[in-house]
Design a protein around this ligand. Sequence first.
Ligand SMILES: Nc1nc2c(ncn2[C@@H]2O[C@H](COP(=O)(O)OP(=O)(O)OP(=O)(O)O)[C@@H](O)[C@H]2O)c(=O)[nH]1
Ligand SMILES: [Mg+2]
Length: 312
Amino acid sequence: MPDTFHSGFIALVGRTNAGKSTLINALTGERVSITSAKAQTTRNKIRGIVNRPNHQFVFIDTPGLHDWLKRTLNQVMIQSALSSLGDADCVLMLIDARHCLTKNGEIEEIEANLIDALKKVNKPAILAINKLDTLSDPALVLPVIAKYSQAYDFKEIVAVSARKRRELDTLLDCVAKYLPEQPALYPEELYTDQSERFLAAETIREVIYYQMSKELPYSAVVEIDDFKSLRDRNRIEIKATIYVERESQKAIFVGKRGAQIKALGIEAREKLSNVLGAAIQLELVVKVKAEWSENMKDLKAFGLAENTKRPS
Ligand SMILES: Nc1nc2c(ncn2[C@@H]2O[C@H](COP(=O)(O)OP(=O)(O)OP(=O)(O)O)[C@@H](O)[C@H]2O)c(=O)[nH]1
Ligand SMILES: [Mg+2]
């Protein structure tokens, strides 16, 4: 076997809730990207790195596409997802086996828009049909394959289950063919290029997605005010602020006699301890920053808009 090395960036795109972040976590075997059953969980481009003997895959998780374009935050997220197409060596489009064709058997609008974007960037694209485990009969993917291969010249089409970790090696084998021959892009012990600080903010946000209902998770952004790693004592001290948009939301986040913020803190501390591998001391407060999701300056300050460097 020739001893060559291939590596590259793979933009992972698809509608919100398709399972992109779940797939990245399954492939890296780590909790790189937060996931939830709610739409629009991922807000930034997040890199998950998978190392194999002759390959390094750098997957770029992106905010999911959706048709809810109103808020500035959403528009910024969609721009960020599409811009990652241009930077990538190849594109992995992920669709949900149950939500990719209309009742009439046509391609859903979100996916059709994405295929239009693919046509413009002209990069090798692979289609992964996710959530295979939810189909009563695996043959139900056949019409999906037929329709999608008609709409676009996908280099490969694979059906997978990110949650059950099925067919993931098949998927990596397909992707490997489209990585250029070059040395590794990141040191091999890395599985993400994110800072622990950013992972901490995302982990707290994930707990908010689990515990808070309706629009509340979307009104929240988490900022880490202080992150002290006392590694020799295997302990990390974190001070974080949850910013919401209105006083009424703050009241819900705090809860009766502080019960809600306490519950968030307890679950976040446990998750943070798993993700960061240390004992965690967490101080969590809630503040109001009026209409931050509509304000470009705030979005930039929170690292949610393009061309803004996140502090590492
Ligand atoms: N049954 C099943 N559920 C899955 C699978 N993959 C992901 N999910 C679930 O789908 C939901 C959405 O997953 P995410 O990974 O957060 O989706 P996403 O595409 O990153 O969503 P955004 O960040 O909003 O764009 C979660 O509840 C996952 O557990 C799968 O293979 N099978
Ligand atoms: Mg996601």
